[in-house]
Design a protein around this ligand. Sequence first.
Ligand SMILES: NC(=O)C1=CN([C@@H]2O[C@H](COP(=O)(O)OP(=O)(O)OC[C@H]3O[C@@H](n4cnc5c(N)ncnc54)[C@H](OP(=O)(O)O)[C@@H]3O)[C@@H](O)[C@H]2O)C=CC1
Ligand SMILES: O=C1O[C@H](COP(=O)(O)O)[C@@H](O)[C@H](O)[C@H]1O
Length: 496
Amino acid sequence: MTNRNETSCTIVIFGATGDLAKRKLFPSIYNLFAKGELGPNFAVIGAARRNWSHETLRENVKKSLDESKTEINEDHLDDFLAHFHYISLDVTSKESYQNLNRLINDLEGEFNIPCNRMFYLAMAPQFFGPIASYLKSEGLTNETGWNRLMIEKPFGHDLPSARQLNNEIREAFREDEIYRIDHYLGKEMVQNIEVIRFANAIFEPLWNNRHISNIQITSSETLGVEERGGYYDKSGALRDMVQNHMLQMVALLAMEPPIRLTTEEIRSEKIKALRALRPVSGDQVDEYFVRGQYGPGNVKGNEVPGYRSEPNVDPDSNTETFVAGKLLIDNFRWAGVPFYIRTGKRMAEKSTKIAIQFKEMPMNLYYKTDEDVHPNLLVIHIQPEEGISLILNGEKLDLSGQTTPVKLDYAHTSTDKLNTPEAYEKLLNDAIKGDATNFTHWDEVALSWKYVDEIFNAWQQKKAAQFPNYEAGSLGPKESEHLLAQDGFHWWPLDW
Ligand SMILES: NC(=O)C1=CN([C@@H]2O[C@H](COP(=O)(O)OP(=O)(O)OC[C@H]3O[C@@H](n4cnc5c(N)ncnc54)[C@H](OP(=O)(O)O)[C@@H]3O)[C@@H](O)[C@H]2O)C=CC1
Ligand SMILES: O=C1O[C@H](COP(=O)(O)O)[C@@H](O)[C@H](O)[C@H]1O
């Protein structure tokens, strides 16, 4: 009989010769092995077209651990690598799946693994549907153990394509067998949003429109599009970052406390928060959203080209590399509280932060100083530092009787600065254990696309934007400042 909690399994990585497997998946699997999370009975099968041997895969796994500076214990490295096997196949050919099934069966025998099968799709999205369908039709999913499908982004490029993809994979896998990855949900401090909110008696009573004036979420990058120009130019920041990571953070901040900390209850509250997002109609888009594209500039002392000069990007591209937006959530808790988001490439800092700004005191007893009392802020540092800061007011130590902001800090630098290997490690571990809490349910995906599609369509209908409109190495176009200024706010600095 199927035991959902049994962790002993075979992990098949489709796309094992690719970038994601090398940079994120192999180091994560090693870390899980080193921590004893995988136990002795597991196998990893790398699948791709390249004509590699088992040994070539193992050499590449070892190389990926070295390049990612994973701490390796040489004593058990060979034992670890012995669990890796490679199969050369084309995912579009039916015969491939019969060969793969034979290899899985052999390894289940060799390593004494129950028929628990994890299929990780680290492949371009056009293959997601066909792979899922072949896995079922060719008998690789089974009734004896569990079957899980881990699926990378992008999950569609709009609501209709996402729905079509979902229908395709649902033909082969049940919703509870599908693990849609949003790697932000694997980040330590994103997971901590719930803990900060629901394990601290001092915050929950204040977590509403009576006490919070606005919430700001920034995810800025210093990198450009690197080798992903071909994908990114068809996607843009709205669909690459807002539809998934930014809206997931909004949902976690806005949701009601779940009645229990179970996958179903948490997802249900996130879904309700996303349902309450006020849609932005075409004629309002400029009032609520700002788009930008970087021109040439200087990022951290290096001259960099503008977006339109990046490899595989259309020289007249109208794709946005920056988005700022004001989101409103129409429910009792949040009515009237703007959630500002911004994300972009080639910005001044690599930083993901959430600033929760509390309302002013009802009366300023320190008015004689002609100084405004600084608003209280709760800052959640997601990356590269991880932690929280609380900004209060204290008295200046100079006998002036004036107030000064005082920062209470709990922060530490994440092990690898960018934190993503740990995110993948956590997500893989969760999926192996059958915990889908930090993966996105189809309803969340659908609601996010619905929200984002309206903005995208409104932009499409307008004439081409005046791009480039921000310099690489800056904080985005000036209109992003206006978005908050019109409400009497400003973006809090990223180095707070
Ligand atoms: N790289 C990253 O940091 C991130 C990637 N992702 C997502 O992960 C997925 C994979 O990305 P990434 O690793 O960068 O992509 P790559 O292009 O580096 O890798 C693609 C993989 O697919 C294999 N492949 C392509 N066609 C076939 C085929 N017909 N049959 C079998 N194998 C095939 C390639 O191997 P071969 O040529 O040997 O067949 C290769 O292993 C994408 O959906 C991407 O959006 C998401 C977040 C971050
Ligand atoms: O999903 C994506 O995320 C990365 C940013 O991730 P982070 O963990 O480094 O913040 C982004 O660069 C990429 O374009 C996008 O596809």
